[in-house]
Design a protein around this ligand. Structure first.
Ligand code: GRF
Length: 190
């Protein structure tokens, strides 16, 4: 399976996925890292793994539609079969969804359907929940609404700061995302 990771920022999830592919724990080829920010730290990680990196920004296009058309061209050029969103901070448009039906996967730092949107960890923390977690799901046209593939729970201790909770969430993400991607790629091989 030829996979592409789309990421906007830090890229710690990209890093664990790239490592798992390198160690053949995920039976796939990581053929492309794309970022919508030229200066995203994830691109440095991509270079360290010697993975082809591409980046362009929405503001370089006249509108979102032509940005997405360019992104689709890139994905086609690399013969991508599975699109993995890892901190990609944009909504996926219709054309990409149509080109990759049930072939776009996202990770969200809360137990969906609770706390969708940009601030899943903070929103759960401020709501005072005792339990939150991580959701991996297929992407549909909504915001964090597609079919759920897997979830990992995280307990919030009374003394946890927001930073503590962020750390716990990322730990679960870094374990769960490579595991789930391995399952998806294995089931595709059958
Ligand atoms: C993760 O918490 C992920 O759940 C969310 O964005 C964050 C990305 O972190 N969608 P990183 O860039 O992989 O470090």
């Amino acid at each position: 399976m030829r996979i592409a990771v789309l990421a906007s920022g830090n890229g710690s999830n990209f890093e664990v996925i790239a490592q798992a592919v390198k160690e053949k724990k995920i039976p796939a080829e990581l053929v492309l890292l794309f970022s919508d920010h030229h200066d995203a730290y994830v691109l440095q990680r991509g270079q360290r793994f010697e993975i082809p990196c591409e980046s362009f920004e929405l503001k370089e296009f006249s509108d979102k539609k032509s940005y997405e058309a360019a992104l689709l061209d890139v994905l086609k050029r690399y013969d991508v079969e599975l699109v993995v969103l890892a901190g990609y901070m944009r909504i996926i448009g219709k054309e990409l969804l149509t080109a990759f039906p049930n072939r776009i996967v996202n990770i969200h730092p809360a137990l969906l359907p609770n706390f969708p949107g940009l601030h899943g960890i903070k929103d759960a923390y401020e709501a005072g929940v005792e339990e939150t977690g991580v959701t991996i799901h297929y992407v549909d046209s909504g915001v964090d609404t597609g079919p759920i593939i897997a979830q990992g729970k995280v307990q919030v201790a009374k003394e946890d700061s927001l930073a503590d909770l962020e750390r716990k969430i990322h730990q679960v993400e870094h374990r769960l995302y490579p595991e789930v991607l391995a399952e998806i790629c294995k089931s595709d091989e059958k």
